[in-house]
Design a protein around this ligand. Structure first.
Ligand SMILES: Cc1cc2nc3c(=O)[nH]c(=O)nc-3n(C[C@H](O)[C@H](O)[C@H](O)COP(=O)(O)O)c2cc1C
Length: 195
């Protein structure tokens, strides 16, 4: 009987701990919110390579994303060889910054594994951008999907296997300048208890 009470008390304490905010206080003292609010797309980079440990953290962040039915239909290609970055820059009309970036993470997915693939991979891509910003890096989502030509350019440059589609190419590097986040909050877009 006593053991049961202790067990219940333990589980209750754990549940409370799990629900307790990691940080209290105003947003500027909450590192997660601070990262979200200050992130902005970074398209110019210092001539400096990115440490492999930081790239691994970006990928760990990516794979921490939620996914439909927990299928995790993502795959990631890390590119840090100049000829491949240049070749991608030449082939992708809206990703010319790859020619300056020291590396890129290409977020890919498998439609066969999940019909939610591009939603799950979008969550992973946003985690890459947020993690990069939190580590003093900068990046920008450049679209491959749903453009057939851009997807083919990425596929051929990276030798992607059949059935693996590229969602986006994220050039990553140390920012050449501090990015000013856009003010996007719009109370008019919020509707309580219905429209
Ligand atoms: C689905 C998607 C596609 C995007 N494609 C490109 C792109 O091809 N090239 C680019 O420079 N930026 C691209 N962006 C970045 C947006 O332009 C950028 O997020 C937007 O202007 C808002 O700016 P912010 O990220 O600094 O808040 C894309 C972003 C998303 C979410």
């Amino acid at each position: 009987m006593k053991i049961g009470i202790y067990l219940a008390a333990g589980i209750a304490a754990l549940s409370v701990a799990a629900c307790t905010p990691k940080t209290t206080g105003p947003p500027e003292t909450n590192p997660a919110l601070e990262t979200i609010f200050s992130r902005t797309s970074i398209r110019t980079y210092q001539d400096r390579s990115v440490e492999p440990q930081k790239i691994e953290l970006l990928l760990r962040a990516a794979m921490s994303a939620p996914s439909g039915k927990d299928q995790r239909p993502w795959e990631f290609v890390v590119v840090n060889e100049r000829p491949i970055l240049d070749s991608l820059a030449a082939a992708l009309p809206y990703a010319k910054m790859l020619a300056q970036a020291p590396c890129a993470v290409i977020v890919c997915g498998s439609p066969a594994r999940s019909s939610y693939w591009y939603l799950d991979c979008s969550a992973a891509a946003e985690n890459v951008l947020l993690a990069a910003h939190s580590l003093g890096l900068g990046g920008v989502w450049t679209a491959a999907y749903p453009y057939a030509e851009r997807m083919e350019a990425v596929r051929s440059n990276l030798a992607l296997p059949e059935g693996i589609l590229p969602l986006c190419v994220i050039p990553i590097g140390y920012p050449a300048a501090v990015g000013e986040p856009k003010r996007k909050f719009d109370a008019g877009r919020i509707h309580y208890n219905g429209w």
